[in-house]
Design a protein around this ligand. Structure first.
Ligand code: SF4
Ligand code: SF4
Ligand code: SF4
Length: 301
């Protein structure tokens, strides 16, 4: 990782020094030893702050939205999951490819800073061994799918069967059991919207959940309002979620959001595919549920 870190700084320094880019996006040290946060270097002098190590878990592509309305050219470091986020933004016309210089890193997996923080807090009775972060345990694309240059050794992806194991187990349950399960977990949602904020696919300028005139969705943390929030978000993610796992990682009440996202990805792949979101960029291409033809079957309407 040290070699990769040095190489990233070298690339950032060169790009900023040559004036090829205006900003270089990577990670920097946070307040705690195990905390990293997105960092935006704007000059060669700042590149020494850049860190790449096993705690750089955020999906950096989401931070590109801060620059959506500018003309600035951006250098960005991406792991496999982040690179799929870039394809999401390109397909959604939120960014143009010409504005980006993408430094890909073949990713061997990240640790979850939250687990380190809990162990460090003194409140946890037993020390939790820091392994691979949950989101990395089902990663099928650890190697960047789009990049101008790639660093590090190519990694072996996990199989799709591993990724869908929990979904398949869940599909065995009856409709009533599934409903009761979601009723129970979604009733704990505090509607903090952290899942939406961390999500690269949630890139609408005005979100339906923020609108008040008209107010499309109730804002109580009642079961029905919570269900409506998660149903709407699930439908907006179908065929668009790039399975980065960030929504579940940031959820303060541990709602298993990836169970929903993986089920959607699996069904879109089965019924409208073969298709996986954010693995290949072709100008003008759209996810299956974002386009239609007049000849599409509509008997169910
Ligand atoms: S999800 Fe994959 S690419 Fe992303 S941090 Fe984990 S192992 Fe790396
Ligand atoms: S819904 Fe979750 S897993 Fe899917 S793109 Fe958004 S943050 Fe990533
Ligand atoms: S992050 Fe968790 S608690 Fe917050 S809105 Fe999303 S699901 Fe609900």
């Amino acid at each position: 990782m040290k070699e990769i870190n040095a190489k990233v700084r070298e690339i950032a320094s060169k790009l900023l020094g040559n004036g090829d880019i205006d900003v270089f996006m990577a990670w920097e040290q946070g307040d705690y030893e195990y905390q990293r946060k997105p960092f935006f270097a704007r000059s060669k002098d700042e590149v020494e702050k850049i860190i790449f190590d096993e705690y750089c878990i955020h999906n950096l592509s989401t931070s590109l939205l801060k620059f959506r309305d500018s003309q600035q050219k951006i250098g960005i470091v991406v792991k496999g999951c982040d690179s799929r986020g870039i394809i999401r933004l390109l397909e959604d016309n939120q960014f143009s490819r010409e504005r980006l210089y993408i430094v890909g890193i073949n990713c061997s997996g990240m640790k979850d800073p939250l687990i380190a923080m809990k162990s460090d807090s003194g409140f946890q009775k037993t020390f939790e061994e820091e392994g691979l972060a949950a989101k990395c345990s089902f990663c099928v694309y650890p190697n960047p799918v789009i990049a101008d240059e790639v660093l590090g050794d190519e990694q072996t992806p996990r199989s799709k069967d591993e990724k869908y194991a929990k979904v398949k187990e869940f599909e065995e349950k009856s409709i009533q059991e599934r409903y009761e399960y979601f009723e129970s977990v979604l009733s704990t949602c505090i509607r903090c919207y952290a899942c939406r904020q961390a999500c690269v696919a949630c890139n609408c300028r005005t979100c339906i959940f923020d609108e008040t005139k008209p107010q499309w969705v109730g804002r109580e943390t009642s079961l029905s309002d919570n269900m409506m929030y998660h149903l709407v978000r699930a439908l907006h993610m179908a065929g668009r979620c790039i399975e980065c796992g960030e929504c579940q990682r940031v959820c303060p009440v541990d709602i298993p959001l990836m169970l929903i996202n993986s089920k959607l990805a699996k069904d879109v792949d089965n019924f409208f595919g073969p298709y996986e979101a954010g693995i290949k960029y072709e100008e003008g291409s759209k996810p299956p549920l974002s386009s239609y033809q007049e000849s599409d079957p509509d008997d169910f309407i």
